[in-house]
Ligand binder design. Structure first.
Ligand code: 5BU
Length: 269
């Protein structure tokens, strides 16, 4: 199973260039931390990224909350991703028919496929959503995660729905679909020889149990060691910490270390 292998050795099981690059970065930077930068101006996003960039394997964006999203912003975050060595993950959560998501991914004011290495989609509409997104993303070397589970209280992505999400990913093959957003190792049941999925997990925080709108938090160790997930996604726990620039940096390092220690523990090191 994926949980007993190193990130470096798993890179070789992937043909998708983004998945390969991500696993390489994780090993090089000893980081399974993704920071979710949910702030609302381009300059604020870039400031957080400059602070946490060294500690992360990936930066997650919501481009539709940035009031002054522009080509200049894209150029700068792309430059930082090269310089500081991290993947850009636009958490778009596509959820429409194939033809529409193709347009949403390639066009509009955000042209997500042109700059985001990784994005995600709800399996709700069926396999057409994967073929639509793949028609744009594969030629660019992009990758996709399916939302198999969510972190929020009483969400509907459970049981049969989660199993169908995993089945859909297996049927699509590894060229574009490289993993899941999930709270647990959803790919354990029915795993095929030689397959490897990346499980990325939001709802991670050390300071509180949740928020007033249903978010639920677990610790890096619960996510990586107990549940066997691969990447921890942390938002407010890092960018929201009080105490200024240095404090945000320190907090990112703290999550990086906790996430990495849980991974090493899982490998039995
Ligand atoms: P937080 O500040 O760490 O709670 O932010 C979590 C981020 O992860 C935020 O951008 C959400 O949109 C995102 N998220 C989530 O929290 N839960 C989910 O199930 C999914 C995404 Br999918």
């Amino acid at each position: 199973p994926s949980t007993t292998k190193t990130y470096a050795s798993r890179a070789e099981l992937h043909s998708n260039p983004t998945a390969k690059r991500l696993l390489g970065i994780m090993e090089r930077k000893q980081s399974n931390l993704c920071v979710s930068v949910d702030v609302t101006t381009a300059e604020e996003v870039l400031e957080v990224v400059r602070r946490v960039g060294k500690s992360v394997c990936m930066v997650k964006t919501h481009c539709d909350i940035i009031s002054d999203f522009s080509k200049a912003f894209v150029d700068e975050i792309t430059r930082l991703s090269d310089e500081m060595d991290f993947i850009i993950f636009e958490d778009r959560k596509f959820a429409d028919i194939g033809n529409t998501v193709t347009l949403q991914y390639a066009s509009g004011s955000h042209t997500i496929a042109s700059w985001s290495h990784l994005t995600n989609a709800h399996p709700l509409p069926g396999p057409g959503i994967i073929s639509g997104l793949a028609s744009v993303g594969v030629p660019l070397g992009r990758a996709l995660l399916l939302l198999a589970e969510m972190s929020s209280k009483d969400n509907l992505a459970t049981g049969h729905y989660t199993r169908e999400a995993v089945r859909m990913a297996r049927e699509a093959g590894p060229e574009f679909v490289v993993g899941f957003i999930a709270m647990s190792r959803v790919d354990q049941e029915g795993a095929k020889e030689g397959e490897d999925f990346l499980v990325m997990t939001p709802g991670v925080g050390l300071h509180s149990a949740g928020d007033k709108m249903g978010q639920q938090y677990r610790t890096p160790r619960e996510v990586v060691y107990d549940s066997g997930c691969d990447v921890i996604i942390v938002g407010r726990g890092i960018y929201g910490i009080k105490g200024g620039e240095e404090k945000v940096k320190e907090e990112a390092e703290r999550y990086r270390k906790e996430g990495w220690a849980a991974y090493e523990e899982r490998l039995g090191r």
